[in-house]
Design a protein around this ligand. Sequence first.
Ligand SMILES: Cc1cc2nc3c(=O)[nH]c(=O)nc-3n(C[C@H](O)[C@H](O)[C@H](O)COP(=O)(O)OP(=O)(O)OC[C@H]3O[C@@H](n4cnc5c(N)ncnc54)[C@H](O)[C@@H]3O)c2cc1C
Length: 307
Amino acid sequence: MNEKYDVVILGCGPAGLQAAIHAARKRVSVLVLGKPEASSLYKAHIENYCCVEGVRTGKELLETGIKQAEGFGVDFSREDAVRTEMTEEGFKVEVESGKIISCISLIICTGISRKGLGLKGEKELVGRGISYCVDCDANFYKGAKVAVFGSGSAAVHGALTLKDIASKVYLISNKEFDISPELEAHLKGTEINLFVSRKIKELVADESLKEIVLDDGTRLELDGLFIEQGAKGAMELAAFLGVQLDPERFTHIVVDKDQATNVPGIFAAGDICGTPYQMAKAVGEGCIAGLSAGSFCQKKKRESKEK
Ligand SMILES: Cc1cc2nc3c(=O)[nH]c(=O)nc-3n(C[C@H](O)[C@H](O)[C@H](O)COP(=O)(O)OP(=O)(O)OC[C@H]3O[C@@H](n4cnc5c(N)ncnc54)[C@H](O)[C@@H]3O)c2cc1C
């Protein structure tokens, strides 16, 4: 992985892979971030994708897509983006290991992930102690006792953010953390209370959340529980860059027919742009986003040569 690319793609699912293939064929340098095993496609079995006969596993399709993109010169790094920022030349993307990559254009293909725990009372307590977004709700918990549940970069970054806001932070994961060694070292150097290989069994509440009970019987008194499963949510990354989300539910990125967002240089494709959540749509939009981002970079480069 280099420090500079023309195009950085957030997401290694079908949208990100197709975007990478089409951008690379426009002769621009391309980096794809993200984990294929975190793609919705990874566990799917596909039999409704045009020109592919029979039932194919998503895992197999993703592996083929990665090889194909690598054949066109695309670089891959199986790390999540944890921060994005606009610069004069384009964008900066910080990844889990702390490295910062700059690019002219960014394509957001992070899919959708707002996985709940399916616990009794969970839905009713959203906004009254349960949240799915640290970046959105952390400030409501100043000086409070909070826990974050999850094993990926979103959960760990969430806990690190909360440690400067809340009075006590627990981080609970039902398995070993799925994060870079650098992030793990950073986490272990803090006072965040870790519970690894533990599940949340029960939520105790009256009007709002009061306590959670873990599967070993441990009871934690809490004001807030953040459920952050998966990677850093696209919505947080997008919102920081001023990317417009759908005005009703803030769950999807708004794009035009070129898959361009309202921010010049940022494109989006796939499930993150809305329904239907289907591979065919993700691939189609990825193709357009890749071509658009490639053209955007070529134009920017021409303009800077002319200066
Ligand atoms: C069980 C199941 C069965 C399905 N069956 C079908 C089917 O039969 N036919 C069909 O057409 N579709 C099916 N789908 C839907 C299909 O899988 C999705 O529509 C498709 O995968 C969407 O592609 P995507 O690239 O937009 O997102 P995803 O495939 O979800 O990929 C998102 C990528 O973004 C990455 N990412 C997330 N956050 C970050 C971050 N912060 N930084 C970097 N990377 C990040 C993830 O690691 C992942 O690689 C199924 C889905 C599921 C869950």
